[in-house]
Design a protein. Structure first.
Lengths: 403, 875
């Protein structure tokens, strides 16, 4: 018995954290979620798997993507032609609504309802597989759904499908919260999880697996992205990860002794030539300079990055890299600013860097949907760090100006 | 920190001069231009660095060219340091020496020793002069507050500047009400892009609708295809039915031919018959061959034709030779019998002519009893007749008598009647006698009759007439008449009986008198008849025998047909003779005849077999058999053909055909074709629509508008977030600065303010008792409780307020920054009393802090006891 466990396809979802990209790369980006998913379905067909599990977030409902729906339809038809069943439990992004029901997938597709149900498959080998799962009826599922999952059925195999996150005890436990112990208590042969985009095994016997997303869509989603091909070995199910990402994300930290932007540019070209990527890679570059740049160079830094990308387009292309963002950290300099006791800075920081103060400051901006979510993720600590950097930068600039 | 010595290498007007200072209150007394401000500037410059060369008036470089700079020895935390500063880059070259341990220290150590006091703070708080006190009034209210806040926290001015700059930067990034800042522009762009995307997202609904239509249409297409397929089959089936119609008609036609039971006329029968026929033919051929051979032989032996025929049937004919004698004998007997028969017939015919009735029927003979009875009846009849005759005579007599007695006519009649009666009776007897058998009886009868007649005419004519006798006569007459009637009756009775006998024996044609005589004739006739029968029987027997014989002969030898027996016998006798003659002749012929005999036998056997074969089939001739066989074969063929047609049609279709008509089938085909066409049309329409849908879907799915817009939006949002983050960081950094400044000063503020209040009260001789300092306001309270703002104060009073706050700050903050307070002629705007008060205050403060007062006021030197007064002399 052999099946594929994938999740979080997030078809046709845009890449996050980009400000601009060359058109050629943009096209690749737009196709990447599809390209990655296609690799999964290709593998399913090549391996003649018995079935395919998609543990939620196949697409983002809010985006109402025609391309995503059409794509799924076509791919499911492909699998249908090969008589490969597909089992889907929708997650928090593609939660099932009535509207969705109007779009009939091919016959080989089983979509779990909002209640936990068990679907039993009989494989060509004669083995029987019970698959239990459910679909999100809305964005959040805070209930303890684990109680609704049945014990191991009288089938040869029992696989659980769950789109959710491990219970944290916090207020954000609204993604079908569970604990590993709860999953283990069901004595299933495999748990196909979704929601967390980083593929990982929460436990190995039986495997409790997050498939991760097949295509990273932000700088936070670095490293190999893909899905699992699960094969039976005796009485065990063994998951084997296979990569699918069409575009990689890679954060790079570069220490440089460059003292001018020209020098930095040369160093970067050299680095690019020495580190070509094996596939298109969105590179987030963080340069630490051993010595501070001159004030004029510092002032030009932002423009220089854009200029570098344009002038060194060929080099970037050869290295299959595109700089999404370049940050340059300069060496700390003795400050000429009057010092205040650290305890005051600390006390002031405590007063300023709070979520309440952030929200107070943001005020009307929080009403912008596009910023509200972003604001949610702002951490006071990060902002404090950023503010420190900002002040340092100002002091450096100010100091230079004064001298 | 206490300054112990000031050594000026070359600074302003001074060169190589040292001032020694004490820990408490120091007064440097000198007139104008004695160098009071230079000293103040020297302390600031050595500790915090020379001003840049952009401001040479502040540098106090020596006019005489001696070495620029100097040294200050100071004591801090019981350690004495010496800082030496000479001309050099970045504020001058510094040398630092720990005098207690006599060790040199790095120059950078100086800043740490002085911290948190920097040049700015030192000049703002500790180095006081009139002009600085005066800035209180030149600055705005906010500036004053800032200043005071600056006093509250070390370096806060710088930080406040930074905070201000950050606020300005942040304003270029975002303003809640603005339009120009980056984020505001991005937000506007975002709204526009979102609207565009929403428009593009409408495609989603269109897509879903199209997809639904596609699903529905596909289902319809499948259904239609199935229907069409079925309909095509139906049409084909119907068309086949129609095509099969001629075949069906043929089948029907074959069905119409009557079915004849034809057992015994099969192919096998035919074969058998053919075999039998050929056997016959073979036998015939053999026979003919042998016969030809015989003919050849006969050509030599000159055998009669009949013998040749005989040879063919010798085994049938030869037995007959033995019968020839018997046949001849029978023929002779027959001839005799024929003669006898003719005689007997002659005789019987005679009798029959005599007695037989019209039909030739002979009367029957009486039995013995009947004869007896007849004779008796005859005699009774005779008696009765006689009696009647007698009575008639008597009556006639009586009648005569009566006639005699009566008129003649009557008598004549009577008489006549009597005579006639007798005549009649006589006649009757005469005639009846004629019918009696036998001539004698007839004669007797005739005589009787004549006698009766005579009697009646001549004897009965008697007369008994008497007169009176008439009456008697009449009675007698009546009596006679009665008797006569009685006799008549008796006569009738007898006659009837006789008649009955006659009738019973078919004799009523003959007179009863002849009956007895006829009896003999009858018996003779019967005997003759009997004889005739016997002869006839014998004849019949003979005839049968002869006929049998002849039949046998003619069967064998047809040429002998229609010949008399004698002739035949003669012929056969001759054949026998010939045969006997031949038998003795040569063996070849005998063999041949034997062979011919066998051939004949074989032929007969074969013919018999064939005939039997034909008979069992109730068929007369082979021709008929062939006819029947052909008929049977034809029928078989037809049945086979029909079966073949039925097979061709199939059971099902045949059944269907039988239940319908050609017109109906034609109609069905047309209907089915129409339905097929309609379905095809529908299917085409659906297929076309599906193609259109596929095109529309293709266009929708490949347009990429949504994805492009969405990515644009995501990118825009990223930019928005980055901008917002920058803005937020700016704002937070600004807030942080302010919060930190507040934190740094916050807890000391009340202390400073309270202390300043006390000092201010002392300076103003308790005219003002309280200071209120908040972020927004600075005011003082008079002793009478009234509040005055800074603007309402006089210049001197305001300067005293500034002094009070600065001194309070220095005192309160001395734990952190125990810097000496350097006052350069600061009380010029104070009145004498307040100036004294100021000196007293300074004296008191000098208990805690080193105070260096540079003044031209000699009173200062005397105002306070235990003081160290250095005199500066003007050059």
């Amino acid at each position: 018995m052999k099946f594929i466990h994938a999740a979080d396809l997030h078809l046709d979802s845009p890449f996050l954290g980009l400000t601009s990209l060359p058109p050629a790369f943009l096209t690749q980006v737009q196709r990447s979620t599809f390209a990655a998913a296609t690799k999964i379905f290709d593998r399913a067909l090549a391996e003649h798997v018995d079935f395919v599990l998609l543990a939620g977030d196949l697409f983002d409902r809010a985006e109402q993507s025609v391309a995503a729906q059409a794509y799924l339809f076509d791919q499911f038809n492909r699998l249908n032609a090969a008589q490969i069943p597909v089992l889907i439990s929708f997650g928090n992004h593609d939660y099932a609504t009535d509207q969705h029901q109007t779009l009939a997938y091919p016959d080989n597709v089983t979509v779990f309802g909002s209640q936990v149900t068990t679907h039993t498959l009989t494989l060509a080998s004669g083995e029987t597989v019970a698959v239990s799962g459910f679909s999100y009826p809305q964005r959040w599922v805070a209930d303890d759904v684990l109680a609704d999952y049945p014990d191991h059925a009288a089938t040869d195999w029992h696989v659980g499908m769950l789109h959710g996150a491990v219970r944290s005890g916090g207020p954000a436990d609204h993604y079908a919260p569970f604990t590993v112990a709860e999953l283990q208590a069901k004595h299933y042969d495999y748990w196909a999880l979704g929601h967390i985009h980083h593929h990982q095994l929460l436990a190995s016997d039986p495997p409790i697996v997050y498939a991760g997303n097949p295509q990273g869509r932000s700088v936070k989603e670095t490293g190999a992205r893909g899905a699992y091909l699960v094969t039976s070995h005796g009485t065990k199910l063994v998951p084997e990860f296979f990569p699918t990402a069409a575009i990689m994300w890679e954060p790079v930290t570069l220490d440089s002794s460059a003292t001018t932007l020209v020098e930095l540019g040369q160093k970067l070209v050299a680095w690019l030539q020495a580190h070509p990527a094996s596939q298109p890679t969105l590179t987030v570059l963080h340069v630490t300079l051993g010595q501070a740049l001159s004030a004029s160079d510092t002032a030009q830094l932002t423009d220089w990055v854009a200029l570098f990308q344009r002038t060194q387009h060929k080099v970037l292309q050869t290295a299959q890299r595109e700089f999404v963002r370049v940050t340059v950290q300069q060496a700390a300099e003795p400050l000429t600013a009057p010092k205040l006791d650290q305890t005051y800075w600390k006390r002031g920081g405590q007063q300023v860097f709070t979520v309440a103060n952030q929200q107070d400051l943001l005020g009307k901006l929080l009403q912008e949907p596009s910023l509200a979510a972003w604001a949610q993720d702002l951490s006071p600590a990060d902002l404090k760090q950023a503010a420190t950097e900002r002040l340092n930068q100002r002091l450096r600039e100010g100091g230079d100006h004064e001298s | 920190m206490n300054l112990k010595t000031l050594t000026l290498f070359g600074f302003g007007q001074f060169h190589d001069q040292t001032f020694h200072l004490q820990a408490g209150f120091n007064v440097l007394l000198g007139p104008n231009e004695a160098g009071k401000s230079t000293i103040t500037q020297f302390i600031t410059a050595i500790l915090f660095g020379f001003p840049t060369k952009k401001h040479p008036e502040l540098r106090y470089e020596p006019l005489d060219g001696s070495r620029f700079g100097g040294a200050i020895e100071f004591e801090q935390d019981d350690v004495t340091y010496r800082v030496t500063r000479v001309d050099g880059p970045r504020g001058g070259k510094v040398t630092l020496q720990n005098l207690t341990t006599d060790l040199p220290l790095p120059a950078s150590q100086l800043e740490r020793l002085l911290a948190p006091v920097d040049a700015q703070l030192f000049m703002a708080v500790y180095a006081l002069n009139e002009s600085r006190l005066g800035t209180v009034f030149q600055a705005s209210k906010q500036a004053l507050i800032d200043r005071l806040r600056h006093v509250g926290a070390v370096g806060s001015d710088f930080w406040l500047d930074q905070a201000h700059a950050l606020d300005q930067t942040s304003a270029t990034r975002y303003k809640p009400q603005g339009r120009k800042p980056t984020l505001n522009q991005l937000l506007a762009e975002h709204a526009a892009l979102t609207a565009k995307l929403t428009k593009a997202n409408a495609a989603y609904q269109t897509y879903l609708t199209l997809r639904e239509q596609q699903t529905a249409n596909k289902r319809q297409q499948t259904e239609l295809t199935t229907q069409l397929h079925q309909q095509r089959q139906v049409t084909t089936a119907k068309e086949h039915l129609l095509q099969a119609w001629p075949v069906y008609q043929q089948w029907q036609a074959l069905q119409a031919t009557p079915k004849v039971a034809a057992s015994g006329f099969t192919q096998a029968d035919m074969t058998t018959f053919e075999r039998l026929s050929s056997q016959v033919k073979a036998a015939q051929t053999t026979l003919q061959t042998d016969q030809r051979q015989l003919q050849t032989l006969q050509a030599h032996t000159q055998l009669p034709k009949l013998f040749q025929a005989y040879l063919a049937v010798s085994d049938q004919v030869t037995p007959l030779f033995d019968d020839l004698a018997a046949v001849t004998a029978r023929d002779q007997e027959r001839n005799q019998l024929l003669t006898q028969k003719k005689d007997l017939e002659q005789r019987t015919n005679d009798y029959e002519r005599q007695y037989a009735d019209a039909n030739g029927q002979m009367p029957q003979a009486f039995s013995l009893a009947t004869t007896q009875k007849f004779k008796q009846l005859q005699s009774s009849l005779a008696l009765a007749t006689q009696k009647r005759h007698r009575l008639q005579q008597q009556l006639n007599q009586a009648n005569e008598t009566y006639r005699q007695l009566r008129p003649t006519r009557q008598r004549q009649n009577l008489l006549a009647n009597k005579q006639v009666g007798w005549l009649i009776a006589g006649l009757v007897v005469l005639v009846g006698a004629m019918f009696l058998p036998g001539a004698l009886i007839k004669l007797i009868g005739a005589a009787g009759g004549v006698a009766i007649g005579y009697y009646g005419v001549f004897i009965v004519d008697g007369e008994t007439p008497v007169g009176r006798e008439l009456q008697q006569l009449s009675t007698e007459f009546q009596d006679l008449q009665a008797q006569l009637r009685e006799g008549g009756q008796r006569l009738d009775e007898l006659t009837t009986q006789i008649d009955a006998i006659g009738t019973a024996h078919d004799l009523d044609r003959l007179p009863a008198e002849q009956w007895l005589a006829v009896q003999r004739a009858i018996s003779d006739w019967e005997r003759l008849t009997h004889q005739l029968d016997q002869v006839h029987q014998r004849l019949t027997t003979i005839d049968e025998a002869q006929h049998h014989f002849l039949t046998q002969v003619t069967t064998a030898l047809p040429t002998l047909a229609n010949q008399s027996v004698a002739a035949v016998v003669e012929q056969l006798t001759r054949l026998r003779t010939t045969q006997r003659q031949l038998a003795s002749q040569n063996g070849e012929l005998a063999d041949l005849s034997g062979r011919l005999k066998r051939d004949q036998q074989a032929l007969t056997t074969a013919q018999t077999a064939r005939d039997t074969f034909l008979q069992t089939r109730n068929v007369a001739t082979s021709g008929v058999f062939y006819q029947r066989y052909q008929a049977a074969r034809e029928q078989g063929n037809q049945q086979a053909q029909r079966q073949a047609l039925a097979d061709q049609l199939g059971t099902k279709r045949l059944a269907q055909l039988q239940q319908t008509t050609q017109a109906q089938v034609t109609q069905d085909v047309a209907t089915a074709k129409q339905t097929t066409t309609n379905l095809q049309h529908d299917l085409d329409a659906v297929t076309t629509h599906l193609a259109t849908l596929a095109g529309q879907l293709e266009q929708l799915t490949t347009s990429g508008t949504q994805a492009t817009l969405r990515q644009k939006l995501a990118n825009l949002e990223t930019r928005m977030q980055l901008t917002a983050r920058d803005w937020l960081v700016d704002r937070l950094a600004s807030q942080w600065i302010e919060a930190t400044l507040e934190a740094a000063s916050g807890d000391r503020f009340p202390q400073i303010v309270t202390q300043a209040g006390d000092f201010y009260a002392e300076l103003t001789e308790n005219r003002y008792t309280k200071i209120e300092l908040t972020a927004a306001t600075l005011r003082v309270q008079r002793a009478d409780g009234q509040w005055r703002t800074v603007g309402q104060l006089s210049r001197g009073t305001a300067e005293q307020l500034d002094l009070a706050v600065k001194l309070a700050f220095a005192v309160v903050m001395q734990a952190q920054a125990a810097m000496p307070v350097v006052i350069d002629d600061g009380f010029v705007n104070f009145d004498a009393a307040r100036r004294q008060a100021a000196y007293r205050l300074l004296n008191r403060v000098s208990q805690q802090l080193q105070v260096i007062l540079l003044t031209a006021d000699p009173a200062a030197g005397t105002a306070v006891a235990d003081q160290r007064v250095l005199k500066l002399t003007a050059n």
